[in-house]
Design a protein around this ligand. Structure first.
Ligand code: EPS
Length: 387
């Protein structure tokens, strides 16, 4: 399976095409819309989210509620476009656009590098596409992937483990359902109520100071069959693909699987998960420090992946930059932004991880139709259990 997204932050819509989905997959549009609406929430979001009500319009590949096997094309409207029709016009007419021309690159954004690379004297041509608005399209793609995962009994959830200086207490042994339920009820998507309060305070304080905050999110995928991905070639290692997917989210700077970077500090005996066997379960691990992966393949234990998001670079508190016309130094400031999008980014991370797991499933097993896929997944589960 593969997908493409297109669309600018203040253009008419985001467009996405998912190719390679099995046929006969029940396509519940409400479930896709539900993921989109989850992404719009979270303490620390800015005014733009009050303008948008993200929903997908199905343009192809679905008939009478099921996928046909043809590419699925979806669109998400940008309501804000109404105010940007002239500025974002595809016609060769520049007068109105001149007023919203961006000649001052914001530190931490794609503005300057993109302008030099693509030869844009108006950096709006960069920022419109580099905007995190695009993550709405990726959540829709992930939501489609989740329809497929659900049919295979695979569940995904996430929670926020850090915002700024506040870290949540480790949440030992929570199941995905519980993580999903508790994080959903939290305005910062955090499982630890004390940390939640402190995170909200820290977001308020940063806002007052004209500053922004980053954080860390954790995604958990449960009931994954053994042997997704492969040790035989670098670009088939599923943990590596997941890391790429997470780091490709706007403002993400790193990903770790299981205990991740902590593994560099510990001894082998403290890191590797011992292998056990029982009649009912077959092989399983005593612990899951390696986050569900050995040799780039799933072990059958939950996939656990964390991603770190830097503070949003669009700041009210000015940072030094240089105007590309006058070459004069100035203090970059902005009109409108989120000051913390970590809770929303958790939803994005969940959905990009869901996509990678679904892609690996379809690549791994015969999957022209949903029924073939479900049978093949079941057969793999039985094989692993009886091995
Ligand atoms: C973003 C800036 C803000 C955010 C936007 C990402 O948009 P605007 O420039 O319209 O105020 O609201 O995020 C979204 C639109 C979204 O859907 O998440 C940026 O510069 O990345």
């Amino acid at each position: 399976m593969r997908y493409l997204t297109a669309g600018e932050s203040h253009g008419p819509q985001l467009t996405l095409i998912v190719e390679g989905l099995p046929s006969q997959l029940p396509f519940d549009k409400n479930k896709v819309d539900e993921q989109l609406s989850r992404r719009q929430k979270g303490y620390g979001r800015g005014r733009r989210m009050q303008i948008e009500t993200d929903r997908v319009e199905i343009l192809s590949g679905v008939r009478f509620g099921k996928t046909t096997g043809a590419p699925v094309a979806l669109a998400i409207e940008n309501k804000d476009w109404a105010k940007w029709v002239e500025v974002m016009s595809p016609e060769p007419d520049g007068e109105k656009a001149e007023k919203r021309r961006v000649s001052r690159p914001r530190p931490g954004h794609a503005d300057l590098n993109g302008a030099i690379k693509y030869d844009h004297r108006d950096m709006r041509d960069v920022l419109e596409r580099s905007s995190a608005r695009e993550t709405a399209a990726r959540v829709a793609v992930g939501a489609v992937a989740r329809l497929l995962l659900e049919e295979c009994g695979i569940r995904v959830a996430s929670h926020v483990v850090r915002i700024g200086s506040v870290e949540a207490k480790p949440s030992a042994e929570w199941r995905v359902e519980e993580i999903a339920r508790v994080s959903e009820a939290s305005p910062v998507r955090c499982l630890d109520p004390d940390a939640e309060k402190a995170m909200i305070q820290e977001i308020d304080q940063a806002k007052q100071d004209g500053d922004s905050l980053g954080g860390i999110v954790e995604v958990i995928v449960e009931n994954v069959p053994v042997g997704l991905g492969s040790h035989v070639h670098w670009d088939r290692k599923l943990d590596a693909r997941i890391a790429q997917a997470v780091v490709s989210i706007n403002a993400f700077k790193g990903a770790e699987i299981g205990i991740g970077f902590e593994a560099g500090r510990l001894r082998g005996s403290q890191v590797h998960d011992e292998i056990l066997w029982s009649e009912e379960e077959g092989f399983y691990r005593a612990t899951n420090r390696l986050g569900g992966f050995e040799g780039g393949m799933t072990t059958g234990e939950p996939i656990v992946v964390r991603g770190v998001m830097k503070p949003i670079p669009t700041l009210y508190k000015p940072l030094k930059s240089v105007d590309i016309d006058s070459k004069e130094s100035f203090a970059a400031s902005i009109e409108r932004s989120d000051n913390c999008a970590v809770p929303a980014a958790g939803v994005v991370a969940e959905n990009v991880v869901a996509w990678e797991v679904a892609r690996a499933l379809v690549e791994q097993f015969s999957a022209d139709t949903l029924q073939e896929l479900v049978q093949a997944v079941q057969a793999r589960r039985e094989k692993a259990k009886g091995f």
